[in-house]
Design a protein around this ligand. Structure first.
Ligand SMILES: [Fe+2]
Length: 317
């Protein structure tokens, strides 16, 4: 395996010293060639927003706080494609989830990660350990805030239009986000409690069009847009280790909600293996049912309670 310098045709461009010294344990700045791509314009994204299943689109008012109480988030009375078309004045925040389910966007996110795989010296996504590749596109008005949260995957974040300030924090000592908060459940809103004194422990990546960054697994962050509307994309994947750890974090959340709090992943390896096998078996049973949006919504509600569908704007939720 030999790393090489990024080329201008690489969709994501990384300094070899960051790949060697920081990936995948530390955040670092990158460049990219995705701004101006035909799929990343507002008209294309309005079409995408209109066509995605409704549980893959989440939006609200944009003027939120890093320490945002989910119950106080104001909804916006526009359809998904109207939000995109009016983003300049809508004071809105929107995420289009799992955009790789659209074939054209799927090809784009895989191409972007393939450019990273090649710079790492691998010939394919599989060789590089890039599994379960997903894309999330953020369309936001000026001065919109994404409250403090973590993501259970690794991610190359690309800034397509406008400015973005990405405040990111190491959580190795669990001083900012507790073991319980790190457990994964669709019934928990992703927003985490944030206190002003956290800020001194973080690092801010200021990104303009053409800039990007690497976001490590489980590193909490909050994000704000600058004085113009913004388009960004998170290109995510899960290595086998990350998938296994996520299964454990999900099992631990379920067992905690039943009154059995669990040791953190890694503390009891044999118990971990039992829980991973159990949850994977249960998932194999449910997975074929999850193809329709109605069934996904029903399963989330049945297993995790009404709150698990919190991100729907419409009355049917
Ligand atoms: Fe995030």
């Amino acid at each position: 395996m030999s790393r090489h310098e990024p080329a201008t045709h690489d969709l994501i461009q990384i300094r070899p010293k960051d790949l060697a010294g920081k990936f995948p344990n530390q955040p670092f700045a990158t460049r990219h060639a995705l701004s101006g791509h035909a799929l990343m314009t507002l008209p294309a994204l309005a079409d995408l927003a209109r066509g995605l299943p409704r549980d893959q689109v989440e939006y609200s008012a944009g003027d939120l706080a890093p320490n945002q109480r989910p119950e106080d988030v104001r909804m916006i009375d526009l359809s998904p494609d109207e939000v995109v078309r009016r983003i300049e004045t809508a004071n809105a925040w929107m995420v289009l989830k799992r955009v790789e389910t659209d074939p054209a966007y799927g090809a784009l996110v895989r191409d972007a990660l393939l450019s990273v795989a090649r710079q790492r010296g691998f010939a394919s996504l599989e060789e590089a350990g890039f599994h379960d590749i997903q894309g999330f596109i953020f369309v936001s008005s000026a001065n919109a805030v994404t409250p403090f949260h973590f993501d259970a995957e690794e991610n190359f974040f690309v800034q397509i239009h406008g400015d973005k300030f990405f405040h990111i924090f190491d959580n190795a000592d669990r001083a900012l986000v507790s073991e319980e908060e790190l457990e994964i459940s669709p019934a928990k809103h992703r927003n985490l409690a944030y206190r002003d004194e956290f800020e001194a422990r973080g690092e801010v990546f200021a990104m303009k069009e053409g800039d990007g960054m690497f976001v490590p697994y489980l590193w909490p962050h909050w994000v704000r847009t600058g004085s113009s509307w913004s388009i960004s994309m998170a290109i995510t994947w899960k290595s086998p280790q990350v998938s296994r750890n996520n299964t454990l974090l999900t099992a631990n959340a379920m067992l905690r909600s039943m009154g059995y709090p669990q040791p953190a992943p890694g503390a009891r390896p044999v118990l971990d293996a039992v829980k991973v096998a159990g949850l994977r078996t249960a998932r194999a049973v449910v997975q074929p049912l999850r193809r329709s949006e109605r069934m996904r919504r029903a399963i989330r509600g049945l297993v995790f309670g009404r709150k698990a569908n919190y991100y729907y704007n419409d009355k049917a939720a």
